[in-house]
Design a protein around this ligand. Structure first.
Ligand SMILES: Cc1cc2nc3c(=O)[nH]c(=O)nc-3n(C[C@H](O)[C@H](O)[C@H](O)COP(=O)(O)OP(=O)(O)OC[C@H]3O[C@@H](n4cnc5c(N)ncnc54)[C@H](O)[C@@H]3O)c2cc1C
Length: 475
C-alpha cells in the first residue's frame, strides 16, 4: 500500500534520515552550502546515540554524568536549529519508501510524504546481544539501553550492576553508571586480556582514544571495579526478576567452560557484543549491501563520496560499517557536501576545499575502527551460551531448539525459519534476534554465515496504525 489519495507531500532539496552524529553533520554541511534540508528522526530529541539529549521535561541536568558527548551534541544541535533553511522533524518515523526520492513518514498518527532531490540515510546501528538462559528476565537489558535510560531519563538500571559482553563500549557505560551512583560489581570482557590490549598500528595517530580509555580505566580502578577478561555470564536467574548470574570462563574459541563457574548476586545485568548496522531503510530503498567479513554483519555499500548504489542516495555513519561517532561525523559531512554539490550549490574548488578536513578525519578514525572491529568480532564459541530451550526471538517467544530444528530440515533457509516458527515476525521485526537466528541457521545446516542470506526487506519497517495510513490529509 503506497498511501491514500491526497496524501500530504512536502518537498525539500536534501532529506536526511537520522539526527545522530552522521545525520547532524550531513545537515550542517549541506545547509552551510545553502541547501534546504529536512532532517527526520523517530526519537523526540535530536542527537542519535552518541549525542543523546535528555527529554525536555528535565530542566536540571547533571552535565558531569552526561559527559562531553552531551555538551558537544547540544552545541551542534543549537547551531543547526538556528539555520532558517533547516527543518528538523522529531518523533517522526520513516516507515517506507516506494518511489525513488520519496519517503513515507509518520508523525503523531499522521502520514505524509517527503520528496527530495537528494537523500542521505544515516539510521545508525543497534546492539548485538548473544542470548543465554534467563536473558529475558526483568533486570537483564543491553548496555546501550542502560545508557539511554541514564542519558535520556536519569534512571539507573539497578543498584548492583554487572556488565557482560565485549568491546570498548563497556568502558564508558560502566563509568557513566558509577558516576550516576550505581554500584558496578564487575565488568566481564569476553576477549582475553592479550587480545583486548593488542597493540594497534600507528598509536600516535589515536592519542585521543588512548587518553579516553585511560580515563575510563582510572575511574574503574579508583572505584575498585574488577574487569575480568575471558569471562561471560552464561545464565541469569531469579524469581520473576534478576537476582543472580552464573559466570563462566571462556576457552580460546569463546566457548564457556564447565570448571570454576561462580554465581554473583546482582539486580541488573547489561549485555552487549558490539553493534549491527540498521539497514532497513537502505534496503527498502534498494541500496546495495555487502557482508562485512571482519565485522560479521551486513553493511550498506558506498563509494568514497558516500554515494550508495543509487545515484541520488547517500549513506553515512554506522550503516556503512560500525566505526563510532568520529567516522560517522566525517562521513555525514562528506555526504552532505556531495549532495549539495550535486544540486549545483558548490563549485568544484569549494567542494574540494571543504572535503579536505572530513576526508582526513574519516581515514584517521577508520583505521582505529578497523582495529576494534577485528579485535572484538564475536567468536563462534560465544553462541554456545544459547541452549536449546533459550528463547531467541523474544517478540514471538521462539526457542533456539525450534529454530535449529527447522534450519536442519530446510537447509538453513531463513525464510523457512520465519514462516515455520514466526521468529523475526514480531514488534522488533528481527532487530534483536536476526543475528542469532542467522548464526543458528548456519550452525545447524553447516552453511557459512554469510551464505545463510537474509530475510526480505519490507516497507512498514516499524508498526504504523491503519488509522494513520487511511486518515484524510491535512492540506
Ligand atoms: C544504544 C547505543 C549506544 C551507544 N553509545 C555510544 C557511546 O556512548 N559512545 C560512542 O562512541 N558510541 C556509542 N554508540 C555507537 C554509535 O552508533 C555511534 O557512536 C554514533 O552515534 C553513530 O552515529 P550515527 O549517526 O551513524 O547513528 P545514530 O547515532 O545511531 O543515529 C541514528 C538516528 O537515526 C534515527 N533513525 C533510525 N531509523 C529511523 C527511521 N526509520 N525513521 C526515523 N529515524 C530513524 C535514530 O532514531 C537515531 O537517532 C552507541 C550505539 C548504540 C546503538
Amino acid at each position: 500500500m503506497a498511501g491514500g489519495q491526497g496524501m500530504n507531500v512536502s518537498s525539500t532539496d536534501i532529506a536526511i534520515i537520522g539526527s545522530g552524529p552522521a545525520g547532524l553533520s550531513a545537515a550542517l554541511a549541506a545547509a552551510r552550502a545553502g541547501a534546504r534540508v529536512t532532517v527526520v528522526d523517530e526519537y523526540i530529541k535530536p542527537g542519535g546515540q552518541y549525542f543523546r539529549q535528555p527529554q525536555a521535561r528535565f530542566s536540571q541536568v547533571d552535565e558531569r554524568v552526561l559527559g562531553k558527548s552531551f555538551t558537544a551534541g547540544r552545541e551542534l544541535i543549537a547551531e543547526l536549529a538556528a539555520m532558517p533553511n533547516v527543518d528538523i522533524r522529531l518523533g517522526t518515523l520513516v516507515w517506507g519508501a516506494f518511489d525513488e526520492g520519496i519517503l513515507e513518514i509518520e508523525h503523531e498518527n499522521q502520514c505524509e510524504r517527503v520528496a527530495s532531490q537528494r537523500l542521505i540515510v544515516a539510521t545508525g546501528a543497534y546492539e548485538r546481544p548473544i542470548p543465554f538462559p534467563g536473558w529475558t528476565l526483568p533486570g537483564v537489558i543491553t548496555a546501550g539501553a542502560a545508557q539511554t535510560m541514564l542519558k535520556a531519563q536519569f534512571v539507573l538500571p539497578g543498584r548492583r550492576v554487572m556488565l557482560s559482553g565485549s568491546g570498548p563500549f563497556q568502558l564508558p557505560v560502566s563509568t557513566q553508571l558509577l558516576k550516576a551512583g550505581a554500584e558496578v560489581v564487575e565488568v566481564l570482557e569476553a576477549q582475553p586480556a592479550s587480545t583486548f590490549f593488542r597493540p594497534f598500528p600507528q598509536p600516535w595517530r589515536h592519542l585521543d582514544k588512548l587518553r579516553e580509555a585511560q580515563g575510563y580505566f582510572a575511574t574503574l580502578l579508583a572505584r575498585r571495579v574488577p574487569i575480568r577478561f575471558g569471562q561471560a555470564v552464561v545464565e541469569a536467574r531469579g524469581d520473576g526478576r534478576l537476582e543472580e548470574v552464573v559466570v563462566a570462563r571462556l576457552d580460546a574459541q569463546g566457548r564457556p567452560t564447565a570448571d570454576g563457574r561462580r554465581t554473583v548476586a546482582v539486580d541488573a545485568l547489561l549485555v552487549n557484543h558490539g553493534f549491527i548496522p540498521s539497514l532497513q531503510v537502505p534496503r527498502i530503498l534498494g541500496c546495495d549491501t555487502r557482508w562485512d567479513v571482519e565485522g560479521l554483519c551486513w553493511v550498506a555499500c558506498c563509494d568514497a563520496d558516500q554515494r550508495s548504489s543509487l545515484p541520488t542516495v547517500f549513506v553515512a555513519g554506522e550503516i556503512t560499517g560500525v566505526a563510532g561517532h568520529r567516522v560517522a561525523m566525517a562521513e555525514g559531512q562528506i555526504a552532505g557536501l556531495h549532495a549539495a554539490s550535486d544540486l549545483g550549490l558548490l563549485t568544484a574548488e569549494a567542494l574540494a576545499a571543504r572535503l579536505q578536513g572530513p576526508v582526513r578525519s574519516r581515514d584517521r578514525h577508520q583505521s582505529f575502527a578497523d582495529h576494534v572491529k577485528r579485535t572484538f568480532a564475536p567468536r563462534a564459541g560465544l553462541y554456545e551460551t544459547v541452549t536449546a530451550d533459550t528463547v531467541v526471538c523474544r517478540c514471538e517467544e521462539v526457542t533456539a531448539g525450534a529454530i535449529s530444528a527447522i534450519a536442519v530440515e530446510w537447509n538453513g533457509s531463513l525464510r523457512a525459519i520465519k514462516q515455520c516458527t514466526r521468529a523475526g515476525m514480531g514488534q522488533c521485526q528481527g532487530r534483536i534476534c536476526e543475528a542469532t537466528v542467522a548464526r543458528l541457521a548456519a550452525q545447524a545446516s553447516g552453511t557459512p554465515l554469510h551464505l545463510v542470506g537474509r530475510d526480505t526487506a519490507r516497507n512498514q519497517i516499524k508498526p504504523v496504525s491503519l488509522e494513520a495510513l487511511s486518515r484524510p490529509v491535512v492540506p
